[in-house]
Each structure stands twice: as structure tokens, then as C-alpha cells.
Design a protein around this ligand. Structure first.
Ligand code: AMP
Length: 424
């Protein structure tokens, strides 16, 4: 089977790393990939947004299965395009991907099918949005409707701040078209967790729970990022909570989508607040989380490819993946300045010492290779990921790996997975 992975970050590095161990695979490509992914797969220089070019490439190379990493091609309709050309592709179609692409659409479905989530209002008019704010209590959660690279959520302590956030989004267009609508939400208290599942539109196959760390500094301080690290499983998702998430969220979600004539096939990622009275949806993503994908792929014992095929064939009820019991932890190493303007082109030292690492792997998120030297090229640079017998052992092993690596201005959080440690 010829497989094409779309994307170039740590998540796609992990997907390629996992897929190449499959006996089902004969050849693997990645578009556009990265130098590090190029050590495992053949690269095609096509950006994820160039969906026509990707379809031409998949036809020409007779790709049997395309796996989409990032959200952008999904919301552009890459799945609809590939399917119209008879090409098999893993990821929801354009309408289904609106669950991630439009927070207003997601909220509408959540409310319509009584799925627990924060109370909210959606507005296109700044004055009406501000009137709504006067009727709510602080803190206020103000969200741009569309894709904003994880930056479109502003949590405001005062009414004035909230009104300003509305103006930023709707009037000053800080997020461009993504801010044509604004969603104002009730602030939820609790512990955050993520839950990923595969679905073929009929059946749900839970993958594993995980927790990421969005803020740039230890103790959840500083601005939000794309993710500073993740671990799996997340102890806050107890077996009882796991069942509640399936019953109270995923089952009614799928039933609701079906009633609307929407067939969702792919990964559904549910961002959750585990509140005192149960799990509540913060957001949906239409693809694997990054960096959550990295520890999850490391924990997956079974072949990933049959799971992806079963998703497309509507046969998820016929597969039962095996998992390593050991937890896995991913520490993201970032460039100086990230998530603001950051350094590039710094030489990374120490990667060679982890080449044959038995208990871990270094996934590359933003690196290039020049004359045999690895240089930083992105804000998130590496995802140092390791498994261990216990969460404590996995943390220790992952940080041991981090200790081997250095560059000028390298930053990482020292407290990844501490919350899990406190729970066991
Ligand atoms: P989202 O992209 O919607 O998941 O939001 C990004 C982050 O903002 C979440 O991971 C939470 O930390 C925070 N957040 C979003 N919505 C809420 C809410 N209703 N209450 C509290 N925190 C929230």
C-alpha cells in the first residue's frame, strides 16, 4: 500500500514514524514533510493548502491512502476533492470539519443535542455582543469563530477587557475572516483533558486520553502556545469519566451529526473541561492533536494502518487496538521568543546521542538540516517523547532526553505531566 501523509510538524513525524512499521505499507510519502521526516519518507514539496496539487500528486503516484495531519486542508475540503476523484483519504469532509472550523457551528450542534458545554451566545454585531456581556458574570471567554492557530480565545477578567476583545475580533479584525463571528462563553472551572477517538460515522473507537500544556511557562503562566508538551493517559479521565465522555458527548454528537446528514469519518478530538458535575466540551478538533499525537502514537502497540482503513470502511466495530500500558510523555522544546517573534537558524546539539534511544524518540516540529547540521526553523522545534513503567519513569526518561539537547535560547517547561504525578 502506498501512503501519503500531509503536513510537516511533530504530529506528522509521529504519524510517519508509526506508519512505517506497518506490514501493510510498501511506500510512504509526506507532503511537504521536513528534513527529519525525509529520513523516513519520500518528500513531495506541496503545501497542505494546495489541495488540487495534492490530489494530482496522489493520482499520479497511485496513492492508496492519504492521511491528513493539519486542519487547514480539511476545512478547505480536501476530503471531498479526493473522494470525487476516487482517492481514499483519512479525515472528515468539509462540512464535518466545520466542527473545528467554526466554533459557532460546533456550539449550535452541542446546544441542539444537549451535549454538556459552556453556555454561550454567537454574534456578528459588536453592539449585540456587548449587550450580552452586560448580562453575564466575569470572567468572560471571548472566541473568534474560525481557525486562528490556537490564538483566537481571549479570557477577560473585566467587562471593559471583554468589550475590547469583541472589538479586536469583530471590528479591528485581529484574526481576519476567522473573526466574522464571535462566540461569548461562560467560564468553566475544572481540569482540562483531551479525548481522541476514531469514528466512521457509525461507531466510535476511543484512542487514549491525554493532557497538553498550552501556556508557555511553568505553572501555566504566560501566553497560550500551540502546546508545550503532553502526556497520555490523563489520570483525570478515570474509567468512569471515560464512559461518561462516550455516553454524554460522543454518542449524542454522532447521532446528531447523522440526523443532520453529516457523516464524520476520521479523528474526533474533544477538548474537555472536567468540571465538578462532569465533562464539558471546550472545543472540537477534526484531526490528531499536536503534541498529543506523539505520546499516543508511542503508546499504540497495534498497527495504525488497519485502524485508519476501518475508519474509511465503516468497520471500526471490527477492530480492537492494543496499547502499551506504560504512560508516555512529550516535552516540547521551543525557540527563544516563542509564541511571539522567535529566533531561527540556531544550531541544535546532541541529537546524535539520542539516535538509538530505546525508550523514546525525538519528533521534529521545526528544524532544517544544512551541511549535516540540524538548525532551528520554527517556534516549536522538537518534541522529546519517552515511555516509562510509570508516569514518573516516563517523565524522568523524557527529561533525560531533553538533557542531551541544547541550542542557544532553547526553552521548555520543567513541569510537564506534574499534574498527572499528583493524581497517582
Ligand atoms: P479552545 O481553543 O476553545 O479550546 O480554547 C483554548 C483554551 O482556552 C482552552 O484550552 C482553555 O484553557 C481556555 N478556554 C476555552 N474556553 C473556556 C471556557 N469556556 N472556560 C474556561 N476556559 C476556557
Amino acid at each position: 500500500m502506498k501512503i501519503l501523509v500531509i503536513g510537516s510538524g511533530g504530529r506528522e513525524h509521529a504519524l510517519v514514524w508509526k506508519i512505517i512499521e506497518s506490514p501493510r505499507m510498501t511506500k510512504i510519502y509526506c507532503a511537504p514533510g521536513s528534513a527529519a521526516i525525509g529520513e523516513l519518507a519520500e518528500l513531495a514539496a506541496i503545501a497542505p493548502g494546495q489541495i488540487e496539487k495534492l490530489a494530482d500528486f496522489a493520482s499520479k503516484e497511485k496513492i492508496d491512502l492519504t492521511v491528513v495531519g493539519p486542519e487547514q486542508p480539511l476545512t478547505l475540503g480536501i476530503t471531498d476533492l479526493f473522494e470525487s476523484r476516487g482517492l481514499r483519504i483519512f479525515g472528515p469532509n468539509k462540512v464535518a470539519a466545520q466542527l473545528e472550523g467554526s466554533k459557532a457551528f460546533a456550539k449550535e450542534i452541542l446546544q441542539q443535542y444537549n451535549i454538556p458545554t459552556a453556555a454561550s451566545g454567537t454574534f456578528i454585531d459588536a453592539m449585540l455582543a456587548k449587550q450580552y456581556i452586560t448580562r453575564q458574570r466575569a470572567p468572560y471567554v471571548i472566541k473568534a469563530d474560525g481557525l486562528a492557530g490556537g490564538k483566537g480565545v481571549i479570557i477577560c477578567q473585566s467587562r471593559r477587557e471583554a468589550e475590547n476583545a469583541v472589538d479586536e475580533i469583530l471590528v479591528r479584525k485581529a484574526f481576519g475572516e476567522a473573526g466574522d463571528k464571535v462566540v461569548i462563553e461562560e467560564f468553566l472551572e475544572g481540569e482540562e483533558a483531551s479525548f481522541m477517538a476514531l469514528t466512521d460515522g457509525e461507531h466510535v473507537l476511543p484512542l487514549a486520553s491525554s493532557q497538553d500544556h498550552k501556556r508557555v511557562f511553568d505553572g501555566d503562566e504566560g501566553p497560550n502556545t500551540g502546546g508545550m508538551g503532553a502526556y497520555s493517559p490523563a489520570p483525570v479521565v478515570t474509567p468512569k469519566m471515560h464512559d461518561r465522555i462516550l455516553q454524554e458527548i460522543l454518542a449524542p454528537l454522532l447521532a446528531g451529526l447523522k440526523k443532520k446528514g453529516i457523516r464524520y469519518r476520521g479523528v474526533i478530538y474533544v477538548g474537555l473541561m472536567i468540571a465538578e458535575d462532569g465533562p464539558k466540551v471546550l472545543e472540537f478538533n477534526a484531526r490528531f492533536g499536536d503534541p498529543e499525537c506523539q505520546p499516543i502514537m508511542m503508546r499504540l502497540k497495534s498497527d495504525l494502518v488497519p485502524l485508519l482503513e476501518a475508519t474509511l470502511d465503516g468497520k471500526l466495530n471490527e477492530v480492537s487496538p492494543q496499547w502499551h500500558d506504560e504512560p508516555a510523555v512529550c516535552i516540547v522544546l521551543t525557540a527563544n521568543g516563542y509564541p511571539g517573534v522567535y529566533d531561527k537558524g540556531k544550531e541544535i546539539r546532541g541529537l546524535d546521542k539520542l539516535r538509538n534511544w530505546t525508550n523514546g524518540f525525538v519528533f521534529h516540529a521545526g528544524t532544517i538540516k544544512q551541511s549535516n547540521r540540524w538548525l532551528t526553523s520554527g517556534g516549536r522545534v522538537l518534541g522529546v517523547t519517552a515511555r516509562g513503567e510509570s508516569i514518573a519513569a516516563a517523565i524522568k526518561e523524557a527529561y533525560r532526553g531533553v538533557g542531551e539537547i541544547s541550542w542557544d535560547g532553547m526553552h521548555y517547561r520543567k513541569d510537564i505531566a506534574q499534574r498527572a504525578l499528583a493524581k497517582v
